[in-house]
Design a protein. Structure first.
Length: 137
């Protein structure tokens, strides 16, 4: 994970309400996948398991920051369990959850999605189910 200072610098131009959401999501990601690689992009942060590949093949999630919302995106979202029906999107595999305020965010369900995505391995032959990965490898 990047340093706190790096993230603070990156987020300084965004609205405080959006920064709070990003920090909470980042804390969840760090608790679920402590060895995840974190990189900044023009419109947000990307998390993936570097030992398995890059941001697409081993992607956990993306925090996409717009002017008034956060999108928590999952590159393999179509394969994730979503009992709360939070995932949106019409791309082949990528899905996202739109977060408009800290208070209204379904934090427990978001943690479940991040956990499932962190465990998902698209390379398991013959299956597209969520398979466990030991994040402490």
């Amino acid at each position: 994970m990047l340093s706190t200072h790096s993230i603070e610098k990156y987020l300084e131009h965004f609205q405080p309400e959006l920064r709070d959401i990003v920090w909470e999501l980042r804390n969840i990601i760090a608790s679920v996948a402590p060895t995840a690689t974190e990189v900044t992009r023009r419109n947000g942060l990307v998390y993936f398991h570097q030992q398995r590949g890059g941001p697409v093949s081993a992607g956990i999630c993306q925090i996409i920051i717009s002017s008034d919302t956060i999108r928590l995106a999952f590159i393999h979202g179509a394969f994730l369990p979503d009992p709360e029906k939070l995932l949106e999107g019409n791309r082949q595999y990528k899905r996202y959850v739109r977060i408009v305020s800290y208070e209204q965010a379904p934090w427990n369900a978001l943690k479940d999605l991040i956990t499932s995505s962190s465990r998902f391995n698209p390379y398991i032959s013959g299956t597209r189910d969520v398979d466990t990965i030991d994040d402490n490898e």
